[in-house]
Design a protein around this ligand. Structure first.
Ligand SMILES: Cc1cc2nc3c(=O)[nH]c(=O)nc-3n(C[C@H](O)[C@H](O)[C@H](O)COP(=O)(O)OP(=O)(O)OC[C@H]3O[C@@H](n4cnc5c(N)ncnc54)[C@H](O)[C@@H]3O)c2cc1C
Ligand code: HEM
Length: 496
């Protein structure tokens, strides 16, 4: 059979069935399809399953395999840029590559001039910009705005699961710099409003779609002709973002258990910062003349009330800190008083939310304060609408019953949402403890999540694990996953 006939035979050459043409493929996912029996490649942002084409490639299958699992654009252009690959591979088209910007070092600019628009809303702007050499299209975050008499809302669409870090600086009553940092790029949006607005603005981030809404109250309650002017720039993140430090004030503090506190930090300056899911910050201090810093992972502010998603995203930073009597920074945070000043860094960490976009079953293994990065993630997973989470299991390891943080909150969540199940495992239980005992082990996993360990390809590859705890806990878990044949891209370890 020749290639054209195979293409018209009705056979699914994409291997992804009904999702063909609609997938948004991440580089890590593309990299998985690098075998002769399962080969995908990307040319000019379009991803194809070339497995069936391998025997038909005039340059031979080995040549085509050089591009498998990769962005093969450069390779393709080098050999035969004239080949109409899109036509030849039309039946193999899987979808687009997820927006990723690779250019350096030029910056790009897009200026949205004041243009007449309906008084209530404008039309979404789908523009892309080009870099100085006009080679790669650059996907700036799509911008939109909407107004009511008293409010103006500006909206950026950063892309599904982009998990942006957001920083807003007030320049004056009309002008703001809004930094959106994701996909290794910094998008700077300088906005000059049509008229004055109040500060601070409200922020709403919808993590699933990457929609960022900034809601400003107008100084004068009237309808504007347009929103003003927006200038967008983009550059690749090269320098560490972590050098900047911010001063915060302790605005709230409660005890969580005998050795752990919840501390809320607020800011009163012209800057707002939203820490992405799963990222941590550093806290700085000077102890006996020496600079000391330690990492802490912000937890949802709702923990001061009920463990439940909130409609708005606050830029107050909430930390759950276990106080070690011999500790340096944990003691400072554990003993801090309302209105004390605490210095923090910008967010950091390697968690990539896009890795969990296509998963539906999640298993969290946390030990002690290793629970902190999981709290926002648990709320996010249970809130997902487009691809609902089906199962969420938390295996929470502690020493004694008194050490279990947020036990009531987890049990309440378990009662309210049947997809969530918590298992407490204690290493030093008292005699009254009837629950699970011991350390992380294969038999413990079999006792708790056996249904998810079944060796069927579907069940096993659908699971995503998140692990956080002391080094020994992480090392043991890593070995265990290897023995159970889980793949590296199914697991995220939160490390320092
Ligand atoms: C990415 C990341 C995120 C983190 N998030 C959080 C968080 O959200 N909440 C939180 O409470 N902590 C978190 N930690 C741990 C935190 O960074 C500090 O290590 C911890 O607060 C101890 O710091 P310290 O300055 O008080 O103690 P150090 O000055 O580092 O240690 C002094 C003494 O304190 C005692 N000590 C310190 N750590 C431990 C320990 N783990 N077990 C037993 N004894 C100890 C020991 O006696 C030690 O000799 C995180 C760590 C990382 C790497
Ligand atoms: C990405 C990695 C690829 C490599 C390294 C590669 C390499 C080659 C080589 C070495 C030849 C032989 C050239 C010659 O004989 O002079 C060739 C020919 C050819 N390849 Fe590829 N190829 C790649 C991808 C593709 C793709 C994706 C398609 C189409 C869908 C394609 C279609 C063809 C065609 C049609 C020819 C014959 C071209 C001609 O004679 O002008 N190749 N390729």
């Amino acid at each position: 059979m020749d290639w054209i006939r195979l293409g018209s035979s009705g056979k699914d050459l994409t291997g992804v069935g009904a999702q063909a043409g609609h997938l948004s493929v991440t580089p890590s996912e593309l990299a998985l399809h690098n075998k002769e029996t399962d080969a995908w490649l990307c040319i000019r942002g379009r991803v194809y399953n070339v497995t069936a084409y391998l025997p038909f490639h005039p340059g031979g299958p080995e040549q085509l395999m050089r591009g498998a699992g990769k962005d093969a654009t450069a390779l393709f252009e080098e050999v035969h840029p004239w080949v109409n690959f899109d036509q030849i591979l039309q039946k193999c088209y899987v979808g687009k590559m997820k927006a990723h910007i690779e250019f350096d070092p030029e910056e790009v600019f897009r200026v949205s001039e004041k243009k007449p628009s309906s008084p209530i809303s404008n039309t979404p702007n789908e523009e892309t910009a080009k870099n100085a050499t006009n080679k790669e299209p650059i996907l700036l975050p799509r911008f939109d705005w909407i107004q009511k008499l008293e409010y103006i809302t500006i909206i950026f669409y950063t892309g599904n699961f982009s998990n942006p870090m957001i920083e807003i600086n007030q320049v004056d009553e009309k002008m703001f710099s809004i930094f959106l940092i994701y996909n290794s790029s910094i998008f700077e949006n300088e906005i000059i409003f049509f008229d004055n607005v109040h500060w601070p603005c409200q922020i709403k981030v919808t993590c699933e779609t990457g929609k960022v809404e900034l809601i400003y109250k107008k100084s004068q309650g009237n309808i504007w002709d347009n929103f003003g002017v927006l200038k967008q720039k983009c550059k690749t993140c090269r320098n560490s973002l972590t050098e900047a430090k911010f001063k915060c004030e302790v605005i709230n503090k409660i005890k969580v258990n005998y050795n752990t506190v919840l501390v809320e930090l607020g800011r009163h300056d012209r800057n707002k910062m939203i820490v992405p899911l799963g990222k941590h910050i550093k806290v700085f201090d000077t102890i006996k003349g020496e600079d000391v810093s330690r990492s802490y992972t912000p937890v949802p502010n709702c923990l001061f009330n009920k463990f439940k998603s909130q409609p708005y995203t606050t830029d107050n930073i909430c930390l759950m800190v276990k106080r070690y009597p011999e500790g340096n920074l944990s003691k400072i945070l554990g003993d801090c008083l309302i209105s004390d000043t605490i210095t923090i860094s910008k967010p950091m960490g390697s968690f990539n939310l896009q890795e969990i976009e296509r998963r539906e079953t999640f298993i969290i293994l946390a030990a002690g304060t290793g629970i902190t990065p999981m709290l926002s993630i648990i709320l996010f997973l249970l809130e997902r609408r487009i691809r609902k989470c089906q199962h969420l299991r938390l295996l929470f390891f502690n020493r004694t019953p008194e050490d279990i943080l947020l036990r009531n909150q987890f049990e309440e969540l378990q009662r309210e949402d049947s997809r969530f199940k918590v298992y407490h495992i204690l290493s030093q239980p008292d005699d009254s403890w009837t629950g699970l005992k011991g350390h992380i082990s294969r038999s413990l996993l079999e006792e708790t999540i056996a249904e998810h360990l079944k060796d069927t390809t579907y069940v096993k590859t659908d699971i995503y694990f998140m692990v956080c705890g002391p080094t020994i806990f992480t090392t043991l878990t890593q070995q265990l996953f290897k023995d159970l044949n889980f793949k590296d891209d199914q697991i995220h370890f939160f490390l320092g």
